[in-house]
Design a protein around this ligand. Structure first.
Ligand code: FE2
Length: 342
C-alpha cells in the first residue's frame, strides 16, 4: 500500500532545526511566542471544560472498578491506598494494564481541539501522537514514598542546541497553586546548550536509563539560579493544555491541598520526525497495545511491568478493557498510514 503523502512541518518547531525555537523572533502573536520565550505555555481551553471533567469521571470510575473493585472510592481520600488501586509510582505514573490504550486515552488523543493545537504548532496536518500514559496524584497518601524532586530534561544533552520535542499534558481537574502538577524552570531551555557545554564532564552524573534524559544535580540547579532562572508552577483549568520544550528543566510536585491532580500526556510531532522503521514500531505498539514514552516517533516502546508485592501485578493483562477504536483522524495519528512498504 502506498504511504500517505506528507506535508512539511514549520521550521520553528521542527526536528533538527538548529537554534530555532529559541532564537526565533516572537512573531506569531499568540501562545507560540510565549512557548518560544519561556519554554512552556498553558494553552487555554483546548477542549471544553465539561468534557475534560467527564474524562476525569471516566478515569475515577475506572479506578473504582479496577480488577472488579478493590476498595477505592472517588472522593474518599482514606481509600487512596496501593492495595485498592493499579500500581503507580510516587510520581503519579501508571504503567501497564494496557492503560495507554484505554478508550479515554484514545478519545482524548482524537479531540479535535487538541489536534488542532499541534497542527498549528508544527504547521502541518501530518502529525503523530505518542501512546503515552497519564498522571494521577493525591495529597497526603499514607502508603507511598515521598515524591522527591527530580529536576530533569527529556532530551539528550548532546542535542541541546536544537528543538526536538514538544511535550504536552492535558489538564483534567481544576489545578491551582496547591494542586500539584508540573513545575518548570522558566526560560531555561534557552541556556540548555550553554549549560551542557559547561557541565559536559561533571562527575557522578545522575543515573539515567536513556541518553535522552538528563538529571540536574544541586550544582546545576545553582547554575540555573545564578543565571536568574526561576521555577514556576503553571496553573490550569480543566481542558487546558500545558506544552513544554523537552529541554526545559521540569519535574512534578504532589498536591498539598485537598484535591487530586490528573492529566493525560499528549505529545504530537511531525510525521517527518519518524523513520519508516519507527513507524513500523508504532504499528507493533498499537497492535500489542503497548505504550510509548512521550516521543511520538516511538523512540521508546514498552517499559516496566507494574510490580506488586515483589512480582508483576496479577491484574496487569497488558490489555485495555475494550479494543482500541479509532476515527479516520485517529488512525492517521498512529502513523501507520505513513508506512512505506515499497
Ligand atoms: Fe519529564
Amino acid at each position: 500500500m502506498a504511504a500517505a503523502a506528507v506535508a512539511s512541518p514549520s521550521h520553528a518547531f521542527s526536528h533538527n532545526a538548529p537554534a530555532q525555537g529559541v532564537t526565533a523572533r516572537a512573531t506569531y502573536g499568540d501562545w507560540r511566542d510565549d512557548l518560544i520565550r519561556d519554554g512552556y505555555v498553558v494553552v487555554k481551553g483546548v477542549i471544553p471544560r465539561e468534557r475534560a471533567l467527564a474524562y476525569g469521571d471516566e478515569f475515577f470510575s475506572y479506578l473504582e472498578h479496577f480488577a472488579g473493585g478493590l476498595g477505592y472510592k472517588h472522593g474518599e481520600l482514606s481509600t487512596v491506598l496501593e492495595k485498592n488501586l493499579p500500581v503507580m509510582s510516587e510520581k503519579g505514573m501508571i504503567f501497564g494494564y494496557g492503560i495507554n490504550h484505554e478508550a479515554t486515552a484514545w478519545n482524548i488523543r482524537q479531540e479535535p481541539g487538541l489536534i488542532s493545537v499541534y497542527e498549528k504548532l508544527h504547521d502541518t496536518p501530518d502529525i503523530l501522537v505518542s501512546f503515552d500514559s497519564r498522571n494521577i496524584q493525591w495529597p497526603n497518601r499514607p502508603d507511598q514514598k515521598a515524591n522527591t524532586p527530580w529536576p530533569h530534561q527529556d532530551q539528550d544533552p548532546a542535542t541541546a542546541n536544537q528543538f526536538r520535542c514538544m511535550q504536552g499534558l492535558l489538564n483534567i481537574l481544576p489545578n491551582g497553586p496547591e494542586d500539584g502538577d508540573l513545575i518548570v524552570c522558566k526560560g531555561a531551555h534557552a541556556s540548555s546548550e550553554e549549560f551542557h557545554r559547561i557541565f559536559k564532564d561533571e562527575p557522578d552524573k545522575v543515573w539515567s536509563w536513556t541518553h535522552e534524559w538528563y538529571g540536574f544535580k544541586p550544582s546545576g540547579m545553582k547554575w540555573l539560579e545564578e543565571k536568574g532562572y526561576e521555577w514556576v508552577k503553571p496553573c490550569a483549568e480543566p481542558g487546558d493544555l500545558i506544552l513544554w520544550d523537552s529541554r526545559t528543566p521540569h519535574y512534578n510536585v504532589v498536591p498539598t491541598g485537598k484535591s487530586p491532580r490528573l492529566c493525560f500526556y499528549t505529545c504530537y510531532g511531525p510525521v517527518t520526525d519518524a523513520s519508516n522503521e519507527q513507524l513500523k514500531k508504532k504499528k507493533e505498539a498499537l497492535e500489542s497495545t503497548t505504550g510509548t514514552t512521550h516521543w511520538p516517533n516511538a523512540l521508546y516502546v514498552g517499559g516496566l511491568f507494574p510490580m506488586r508485592d515483589g512480582e508483576r501485578c496479577k491484574y496487569d493483562t497488558g490489555k485495555p478493557r475494550k479494543e482500541v477504536e479509532l476515527t479516520e483522524r485517529g488512525w492517521k495519528l498512529t502513523g501507520i498510514p505513513y508506512i512505506n512498504d515499497a
